[in-house]
Design a protein around this ligand. Structure first.
Ligand code: ZN
Length: 171
């Protein structure tokens, strides 16, 4: 959990020359932006975001119409520490650890109201966590914030902090 530990301000100031991709910060979730969609429809096989073509879906990675689809979280969070406030995006694997329910569980109901469902996970606001970010070209080159959350660690977790290149989700 101490891997490349920084404050949020330090992360926002990381320059392009940096060769390190992963950074860790302790921060509090301030809010979740649910004005936009907080999930996407992913390919049941590869999890890639599907493109909608008329009444069909198309997976750009599998290059065909998927047999199965699966809703997956794409949560936009505002987070802060004592130095700065920034935004980040959290995908299914980590969001599920936090919300304790899959996006599918919340979405796959006949009477599903996505705004009502979004209310349910507002309870994660105020939680303090260790975030491990994976910075990309947008962050480095253009100075955009909105960091991708690679992993989260709970404050009382004894879990090892080494970088693991598994479950990396890309959109
Ligand atoms: Zn696919």
């Amino acid at each position: 959990m101490l891997y490349n530990r920084k404050t949020l301000r330090e992360i926002t100031e990381i320059a392009y020359e940096s060769e390190k991709q992963f950074y860790t910060a302790e921060a509090t979730i301030k809010s979740i932006d649910t004005s936009d969609e907080w999930y996407y429809i992913g390919c049941g096989k590869c999890n890639k975001k599907l493109q909608k073509e008329g009444n069909h879906f198309y997976c750009p990675k599998c290059e065909k119409e998927p047999e199965k689809t699966c809703p997956r979280y794409k949560l936009k969070l505002e987070i802060c520490d004592h130095t700065a406030t920034t935004t980040c995006t959290m995908f299914e694997t980590e969001a599920k650890k936090l919300i304790k329910q899959s996006a599918r569980f919340l979405i796959d109901r006949d009477d599903c109201d996505i705004h009502e469902q979004a209310e349910k996970f507002q309870k994660i606001c105020g939680q303090r966590l260790i975030f491990q970010f994976r910075l990309n070209d947008y962050n480095f080159k253009y100075g955009y914030q909105d960091y991708t959350v690679h992993r989260i660690f709970f404050m009382d977790s004894e879990e090892d902090s080494s970088v693991q290149h598994v479950n990396v989700e890309q959109n």
